[in-house]
Design a binder for this molecule. Structure first.
Ligand SMILES: *Cc1c(COP(=O)(O)O)cnc(C)c1O
Length: 395
């Protein structure tokens, strides 16, 4: 017996649910790419990305996933033999650093755990120790989608300043942009990397960069530049050059609709919605945790991210059986742990196009699975999420 016939609920931290309006906006014939409508769409997207990143700097759109965005950031500002400092807090900054290594950049890592945010005091100390000023850039993620941590980007900015270091500040916002405050200019971020398929509610295949004047200055001397990623080439006179080739026009139609939806909700309202849904999730997880089998991966409650909650499941219990139950019986896809948390964690995404009933559906399916599989858990988790939202969302 199953109760799965009905809407799919996709609860993984990317790709996320694509609104029907966005899918609909993509369902149209191809158009020409040299003049007219598409040129206007590109201009409007580059401007709205500035709004979403909170920057007056330049923005770029790449036909690539987030990994391409990483490569675009690195190759535009670095040269072979440069050193970068990678701030670890899970999987993603590490992998970004590994990409830099393959490009011929030296990597220094400020090691972290998978259970805590980056410690700004350690960043300051490490940069102070770099008396020769060899570190060219600092790489960090705002939200690590594997560990579920949120790093304090303004505090890390302050640490760089306190050390008196002039390294470029490169921030991955792939799992956080439009899900929580991000202030590229106010926090003096030099390169912001984002992608379409998480908070931005668009199919995978687009990456975005926001670029500061300081990054543009570094770009002039960078020797890792290649034509495809190159900012200067993308500033050419022809629309075609903005994409170094044929624009991914259907994804752009989708993104146009998604940004219209986001900006009509209001960016701050979207941040607030994510904060509410994240806290409702935490209320539920706290109740489940009373049974002793589940616990939050991130120890410090204030460092649990607003877009993804990572929950550890005791080794005595089968994480795959729980995920299978949610999918086979309820048509709810819950994320599993990745990297060192493979098979040991649930990742509950509340990211992008997600409202309260979608969240209740995910939490309810997990609660059913915990009961059906006899995994110990506190009672009333879904009710705790409902109660929190009822108290927080007044009539
Ligand atoms: C998803 C994700 C990436 C990778 O993006 P892809 O589009 O899969 O290449 C990088 N960083 C973070 C924080 C992510 O969540």
């Amino acid at each position: 017996m199953t109760v799965r016939t009905g809407r799919d609920i996709l609860g993984i931290p990317g790709p996320t649910t694509i609104p029907d309006e966005v899918l609909g906006a993509m369902h149209r014939p191809a158009i020409q790419i040299y003049t007219g409508e598409l040129v206007g769409i590109t201009d409007s997207l580059l401007a709205d990305l500035r709004t979403v990143m909170r920057t007056a700097g330049r923005t770029y759109i790449y036909a690539s996933n987030g990994h391409g965005g990483w490569e675009a950031a690195l190759t535009n500002v670095l040269s072979r033999g440069d050193t970068v400092l990678v701030l670890e807090s899970g999987r993603f900054a590490h992998n970004w650093g590994e990409m830099a290594r393959m490009l011929g950049v030296r990597i220094e890592t400020l090691e972290g755990t998978w259970r805590d945010p980056v410690d700004p005091a350690k960043v300051e100390a490490r940069l102070r120790a770099d008396t020769g000023r060899t570190i060219k850039a600092v790489l960090v993620v705002q939200i690590d989608t594997a560990s579920g941590v949120v790093n304090d980007i303004p505090a890390i900015r302050a640490a760089i300043d306190a050390a008196g270091h002039d390294a470029l500040f490169l921030v991955d916002t792939i799992a956080s942009l439009a899900c929580m405050p991000f202030e590229m200019d106010a926090w003096r971020v030099d390169v912001c990397v984002a992608a379409a398929q998480k908070g931005l509610m668009t199919p995978p295949g687009l990456a975005f960069l926001g670029v500061s004047d300081k990054a543009l200055a570094a770009h002039k001397a960078a020797d890792l530049r290649t034509l495809y990623w190159d900012w200067t080439a993308r500033e050419g006179a022809l629309h075609y050059q903005k994409y170094c080739g044929t624009p991914p026009e259907h994804l752009l139609f989708g993104l146009r609709k998604a940004l219209d939806m986001l900006l009509s909700e209001g960016l701050e309202n979207a941040w607030k919605r994510h904060a509410l849904l994240a806290e409702a999730t935490r209320r539920a997880v706290s109740v489940w945790a009373q049974g002793g089998a589940l616990e939050f991966n991130i120890r410090d409650a204030s460092a649990r991210s607003p877009s993804i909650t990572t929950v550890l499941i005791g080794e005595a219990y089968s994480q795959p059986a729980l995920l299978d139950y949610c999918l086979e019986k309820c048509n709810v896809t819950v994320g599993g742990g990745i990297g060192e948390l493979k098979g040991k964690a649930l990742r509950i995404a509340h990211m992008g196009y997600c409202n309260a009933p979608m969240l209740f559906g995910m939490l309810g399916a997990i609660d059913m699975g915990l009961k059906a599989l006899d995994i110990p858990h506190g009672q009333g988790a879904v009710q705790a999420a409902v109660d929190y939202l009822a108290a927080s969302v007044p009539a």
